[in-house]
Design a protein around this ligand. Structure first.
Ligand code: IMP
Length: 201
């Protein structure tokens, strides 16, 4: 059985391959492809207004273009003091036309500068969508809670990791090794549930 990971992001592909099963419950091998195997395919549009809609758009696009069962996700950072921003716009928070991690982090620090530590609560949410040939889309969600620090801490990871303090771990995501982060992350929590669904296919 083949499953398409509907993304070009190598970092994400590597992370997902560690979580998803190699075989289904019947013992059949699962072969994972990604958009890297379809270099002529344009990027799918992320025109939805929620993480769930964007995950569904990407998974449905993958299935429509390749005919292969497709798995996609969309992640957002929700900051309570900013009424949920950057949310579905997390990738392009600083500039609407490009994803710039350092600029996004600087903007986040600036917007939150009036707020004290106890007012900086936030969460990461991943919505994962699996598009099946009959048209059904299965959704799973993963979440991790924390707060936004007042300065950068840690060198690992990507995106908002140096500013996201994970309450249950007692450190920022950028202070965790890849293994530590992958045990508690929003993406891991969404895809661990999806792995159980994939085994039943
Ligand atoms: P995507 O939907 O997975 O591409 O995530 C959207 C944006 O959220 C990314 O461009 C990053 O800015 C941010 N993001 C997603 N996952 C993480 C993470 O694990 N750590 C830090 N930032 C993340």
């Amino acid at each position: 059985m083949k499953i398409l990971l509907a993304t070009h992001n190598k970092h994400k592909i590597a992370e997902l391959l560690k979580i998803l099963p190699q075989t289904n419950n019947k013992g059949e091998e699962i072969i994972y492809l990604s958009f890297a195997d379809f270099p002529l395919l344009p990027e799918p549009e992320e025109a939805g207004s929620t993480l769930k809609e964007n995950a569904a758009l990407k998974a449905a696009y993958g299935l429509r273009k390749t005919g292969i069962i497709s798995l996609a996700d969309d992640t957002g950072l929700t900051v309570d003091a900013l009424n949920g921003a950057p949310g579905v716009h997390s990738a392009r928070y600083a500039y609407p036309d490009r994803a710039d991690y350092p600029a996004n982090n600087e903007k986040l620090l600036k917007e939150l500068s009036p707020f004290k530590k106890e007012q900086r609560s936030a969460s990461f949410t991943t919505s994962a969508a699996l598009a099946l040939p009959g048209g059904e889309i299965i959704f799973k969600e993963g979440k991790v809670k924390g707060f936004i620090t007042q300065e950068y801490k840690g060198e690992n990871g990507f995106g908002y990791d140096p500013l996201f303090f994970v309450t249950e771990a007692g450190k920022t995501m950028a202070e965790m090794t890849a293994e530590e982060k992958n045990k508690i992350s929003h993406r891991f929590r969404a895809f661990k549930q999806m792995a159980e669904i994939i085994k039943t296919l």
